[in-house]
Design a binder for this molecule. Structure first.
Ligand code: SAM
Ligand code: SF4
Ligand code: SF4
Length: 370
């Protein structure tokens, strides 16, 4: 399959939001559950659709070239709007906030947003888990400031240790050493535990699995291997490019014996394994070969304020229109969000390969957030 032109899909369904917002709908009953009895626990917030990398599996250069139009600044949710929505989500059961993008550290003043989000509390007074996913390119400069603003931990994406492989994957010639320096800066700033995400593509970087495992053993960093996914419409995904997690596990275990660990939290995406010799742990995110929709508790807020209830959704709900329209109070926003969540039935990964899944358009990952 060739590369497809980028399509940002601005579909939304304001009818459901309007109905849910009416006072007659009453306060949402908590805990919220969707139609498959899954709670809402995790909110991923995309703060920019821009990126300084052009990873072929996410923003292929041929599509996201100099003619591609990114969102104008006025269309982005402001920090105040993001924080207000995050507060409402926290009131509805969200315990984990993940800042993502695009490359989130490119959003000017991100530290200010982190500081605003770090002040949020759950209804019973707990501090939500606040984290960030980054390509690591700016961490040498930014790690200490992010930590000072209230960030506790982060995830860095890194697809290999070999410069030729990594530069081919980020497609802008970005060197491995700068990302490794960024990880070291994050550790030095006291951010932790640090996770490293590696997307594995068969024949592209699967020769990096063992070098990456060797490098991060005994480092305190948790390395996680992600199966290459068919997100968006532009990456030309093919099943034969997916290296199943079972194969990743087999290769690592042949070198260093592994023991299974239990899931750390319900809805956790990674299967966790520990090196038997005490070298730390790894994670396997098998979104393609072992779908984990059954306990998926994640919502996503796009850069321009649309709420998506699945990474593969074709429709977002326009929360920004609510924020910028007739004045609404937080209780109304909560009813609107609850209405979306309680109507949710997404389980794309379980349906992958079916006619139903193939027929639906999908939103791009850099816009919705990974
Ligand atoms: N730019 C940041 C970064 O790369 O960490 C944050 C955004 S990125 C979209 C979030 C995560 O999604 C990254 O770990 C990235 O590797 C992953 N990702 C992007 N496209 C993917 C795909 N097609 N399959 C699997 N993971 C993907
Ligand atoms: Fe950028 Fe992250 Fe997508 Fe790579 S995966 S193109 S770093 S947003
Ligand atoms: Fe959740 Fe959708 Fe991924 Fe399934 S496919 S785990 S519902 S985000």
């Amino acid at each position: 399959m060739g590369l497809m032109p980028a399509r940002i899909i601005p579909l939304h369904d304001d009818r459901s939001l309007a109905v849910a917002m009416s006072p007659a709908a009453g306060p949402p009953s908590l805990p919220l559950a969707d139609t498959l009895a899954r709670p809402l626990r995790d909110l991923r917030i995309s703060v920019t659709d821009r990126c300084n990398f052009r990873c072929g599996y996410c923003m292929p250069k041929q599509v996201f070239d100099k003619h591609h139009e990114f969102l104008p600044h006025a269309d982005l949710l402001s920090f105040e709007e993001i924080t207000r929505l995050a507060g409402v989500f926290t009131g509805l059961g969200v315990e984990k906030l993940r800042i993502t993008g695009g490359e989130p550290t490119l959003r000017r003043g991100l530290e200010t947003l982190i500081a605003m989000l770090a002040r949020l509390r759950t209804p019973d007074g707990r501090v939500p888990d606040l984290t960030l996913t980054t390509n690591g390119s700016t961490l040498v400069k930014k790690a200490a400031g992010l930590r000072a603003a209230g960030l506790k931990r982060l995830t860095v994406s890194l697809d290999g240790l070999d410069d030729a492989v990594f530069q081919r994957m980020n497609d802008v010639g970005f060197p491995v050493a700068t990302v490794l320096d960024g990880i070291a800066a994050a550790q030095a700033a006291g951010l932790g535990p640090i996770k490293v995400n590696m997307v594995v593509q068969r024949g592209v970087n699967d020769d990096q699995i063992l070098p990456m495992a060797r490098h991060f053993r005994h480092s305190g960093v948790v390395l996680r291997f992600i199966e290459y996914m068919d997100v968006g419409t532009t990456n030309g995904w093919r099943m034969d490019q997916v290296l199943p997690s079972a194969e990743v596990l087999r290769r690592i275990a042949a070198e260093w014996p592994l023991q299974p660990l239990s899931h750390s939290a319900p809805g956790e995406t990674a299967q966790r394994w520990a090196y038997a010799d005490g070298g730390g742990e790894i994670g396997l995110i098998s979104s393609v070969t072992q779908a984990f929709c059954g306990d998926c508790n994640r919502a996503r807020l796009s850069t321009e304020g649309r709420l998506y209830t699945c990474l593969f959704a074709h429709r977002g709900h326009d929360l920004r229109a609510l924020l910028r329209g007739e004045p609404v109070d937080d209780a109304q926003l909560a009813r609107a969000i609850a209405g979306v969540w309680t109507g949710r039935s997404d389980r794309y990964s379980q349906l992958r390969g079916t006619a139903q899944a193939a027929a639906e358009p999908r939103v791009e990952m850099h816009y919705i957030g990974g």
